[in-house]
Design a protein around this ligand. Structure first.
Ligand code: SF4
Length: 458
């Protein structure tokens, strides 16, 4: 369970953005300041500028507020959710518990299938981290086929979820009819569920995306409950071959326009990003988003830096995640080993989160600032314990103490090995850290000087 301050939610029903613009430092901003080692005024200024969001729905009673933005530490989101064939409300609450235990900063409930309201209510009641959703999934459950969706139903679902306490929602309003020809001949077409549904709807009805056409109505609901809008990237590339193409960047331009519309309506906004991007295009993608979207927080899925490793996509994507985090992505949506293959279970959630905590931490180290200094202190603490051969302290400082201890104890389980100056990797004779510590370094200067004198004499 994360540390909780004596935090009392603000009773003011204005959004965090409106309050920040009115120069109010809310309890939520104060709590974020405490967690990020910033001042309340610094957080307020970032929220007012739109560079930080605090997803904090008025109805989410158990929330411990957190901030997503350039001046905060890099955050990690974990997706959970049932599918029509697998899981239950209790199973999803279990995944939420695993996600919180392993350090998820936010959790998205992407449930499809039965009992959606029941599952979401159970998740929100149990959750101290912000909960995100993609409302079009629930709307689709209520109709026979995607073509039967209409704006009335979409708005109704958004409103129901907002009243339940959902803190942020992915709204795929940036997929425009005019963008669709740009992705018609891609290797992997459209890989976003929301983007795919809306594309099918637009072509069938020969009409513009209803979420774009009625975006003001979406904003009205989000403002009332202070739901942060996460502008979905429905045309994100789903393969390395499609990375950074015209469709992706046409949608990004629309997302930039929608960020401004969110801000004008006092609604907090962040922007979702790709997907599958090779290493050499990662920095460019972050810079372009920051420029087009006026530094609204960037929230990326991975990105995967290669397509060839199904079963290991927590690794292919954590590589990309660390690099985009370094260059300015504010939140990393995790990818589990099951990506592209099946619905993750609790063990997959843990594997994905560990990979992404490492990526976020590596990015914090590279970014510097208050989060970078905090991250560096953690690295130093572990390294000092390692060099002192204080194995218990090293395990305690590890990201996953139980795994570190178990791996060590596989070969050297006895207690007296907890201060041994070696492990089974190199053994006592070869252990370089032991050999280094064994040297009488006080004699070094004399030894070097003597050698020098000897060379000069010959
Ligand atoms: S034996 Fe090798 S791996 Fe083990 S502590 Fe020494 S240097 Fe590190």
């Amino acid at each position: 369970m994360p540390h909780r301050s004596a935090y009392e939610p603000t009773a003011d029903r204005r959004t965090q953005r409106r309050l920040a613009l009115d120069r109010v430092v809310t309890p939520e901003m104060q709590r974020v300041a405490e967690r990020e080692h910033l001042t309340g005024e610094q957080v307020r200024a970032e929220v007012a500028r739109g560079r930080m969001v605090i997803p904090a729905n008025h109805h989410h009673a158990a929330l411990d507020p957190m901030g997503i933005g350039l001046r905060a530490g890099v955050k990690v989101n974990a997706n959970i959710g049932s599918s029509p064939t697998t899981s239950s409300p209790a199973g999803e609450v279990e995944k939420l518990t695993v996600a919180e235990k392993w350090g998820a900063d936010t959790v998205m409930d992407l449930s499809t299938g039965k009992d959606l309201d029941e599952t979401r209510t159970a998740i929100i009641e149990a959750s101290t981290v912000p909960i995100g959703t993609v409302p079009i999934y629930q709307a689709l459950e209520q109709v026979k086929q995607p073509e039967d969706l209409d704006i009335g139903r979409l708005l109704e679902v958004i409103e129901v979820q907002a009243r339940q306490g959902v803190d942020y929602m992915t709204i795929h309003a940036g997929v425009r009819l005019e963008h669709l020809p740009l992705c018609q001949h891609r290797v992997t077409g459209i890989v976003s569920r929301g983007g795919g549904l809306l594309a099918r709807w637009m072509v069938h009805h020969k009409a513009e995306n209803p979420l774009y056409e009625h975006f003001d109505a979406v904003l009205d609901i989000c403002r009332e409950h202070d739901v942060t809008i996460s502008l979905g990237d429905g045309l994100r590339p789903g393969s390395i071959a499609d990375a950074s193409d015209a469709a992706q960047f046409a949608e990004l331009d629309t997302l930039g326009e929608l960020v401004q519309r969110c801000w004008d309506a006092d609604v907090q906004a962040m922007v979702e990003g790709p997907g599958h991007i090779p290493l050499d295009q990662l920095e460019m993608n972050v810079r372009r988003q920051q420029q087009v979207c006026q530094e609204a927080p960037f929230y990326t899925l991975g990105p995967l830096v290669t397509d060839i490793a199904p079963g290991y996509d927590h690794i292919t994507s954590a590589i990309g995640a660390a690099i985009v985090g370094w260059h300015g992505t504010s939140m990393l949506c995790y990818v589990t080993p099951k990506e592209h293959l099946g619905l993750p279970d609790a063990e997959d959630v843990k594997e994905g989160l560990i990979a992404y905590r490492i990526a976020a931490h590596a990015a914090d180290l590279a970014r510097g600032g208050a989060s970078g200094r905090r991250a560096a202190r953690w690295d130093r603490k572990l390294s000092e314990a390692r060099f002192a051969f204080d194995w218990n302290a090293q395990f305690d400082a590890a990201l996953d103490p139980a795994t570190a201890r178990a791996m060590h104890d596989e070969t050297l389980p006895n207690d007296h090995f907890k201060s041994a100056e070696f492990c089974s990797m190199c053994g006592p004779k070869y252990c370089p850290m032991h050999n280094f510590r064994d040297v009488d370094w006080t004699q070094l200067a004399d030894v070097v000087a003597e050698r020098k004198r000897g060379r000069q004499a010959t």
